[in-house]
Design a binder for this molecule. Sequence first.
Ligand code: AMP
Ligand code: ZN
Length: 430
Amino acid sequence: MFWDKKIETFDRAALEQLQLQRLRKIVRRVAAHVPFYREKFAELGVRPKDIHTLDDLRRLPFTTSADLRANYPTGLLAVSYDDTLRLHTSSGTTGKPKALFFSRQDVENAAELCARSFVMTGVTKKDVFQNMMTYGMFTGALVTHYGAEKVGCLVIPAGPGNSERQLMLMQDFRTTFIHLTPSYALYLATFLEKHGVVPRRDLALRKAFVGAEPYTDETRRKIEESLGLDVYNSYGLSEMNGPGVAFECEHKHGMHVWEDHFLIEIINPATGEPVKNGEPGELVLTTLTREAMPLLRYRTRDITSIITKPCSCGRTHHRLNRITGRSDDMLIVRGVNIYPQQIERVLMAQSGVGRNYQISLEGLDEMTVKVELAEAGFEGQVEQLMKLQSQLAEKLRAEILVKPQVQLLPPGSLPVSDGKAKRVIDNRKL
Ligand code: AMP
Ligand code: ZN
């Protein structure tokens, strides 16, 4: 199903023509209205009229999250303060957040892209959407909320957590689809199980859009099996409207990036140079339509690769493979580069293992992987547990080249978060 078949299946040449037109316009706008970009252009000796082809994008400066913080609160605005309609912020770990402004058209576009994304998996106005993203300053909930309303769905702004109420709402209002983080999805599955709810039998739930943090295909399968539904990967970041940048279609094989609104590059994070087609690297996005805060070549720090092969759904917009992590998530343990997702993949593929885990780094580079068991009642089965523990340690060593300590814990012992999960606790004294 299509929301806007013409644009979603646009011929590539026409799409690229549209991108070039929009790129030139946005470059002219930031040169005229944003001193930060004017100065960057002057440093690089580039003028808006030098942009003749899409390849000229590479002449333009990168924008980083440090630039957003340095220009807090209004330094990157390209419209007058009166023409802004909504403010979101993106949480910073320290100090000031990033301030992200939307114009009326930006709010409209963000909803439109979410509407497209929902509809491509078969969502219609008959569906009931229970939104389990965090409402508030985050983009995650409001943008998906407006997207589903645009489709005409009944929207229940539940927010995350409070699983008892979630269950009541799902039962009473016949919720058919949800949007949530993978960690909350796993928690919700455990909660339903504990309460004897068999989702496929007792609920109308059919689809979950899962995103906001990295997760593996193994986790997707776990969520699908335990909640009895289809999981579609949903990608976005506050700097680019929030959700709706890229979503999976019904084939669930890579996320279509809405390329009429965003230009994609994949670069080597160390050199800034493009990687070869299909190779992994850091995703860099340029907004093509944002009015209030256009961003050129924004370094997302998310690691992924691009799929340029046509998709059997007929959409021509290129796809992104699952995000395997952030370039700044990488751990270096005993000199080896490790992404937490490598560990997750091993854990979630192992039978007997539950749904929550944590990686703890201590002392002089000691790694402990703490993971919950699938079921309680393992007490007394010492031999079995020891076997599972050593199996996991071996499999992890094969994957990450470092042999961690493995700690098996009863279900429900690790902390759960309503928002993004904290998977790595680094207390090393290095
Ligand atoms: P925020 O700054 O809160 O908008 O979060 C955006 C970040 O969340 C992205 O840059 C990614 O690192 C992460 N993220 C969002 N969606 C996904 C997804 N589907 N898979 C992996 N990571 C994601
Ligand atoms: Zn497709």
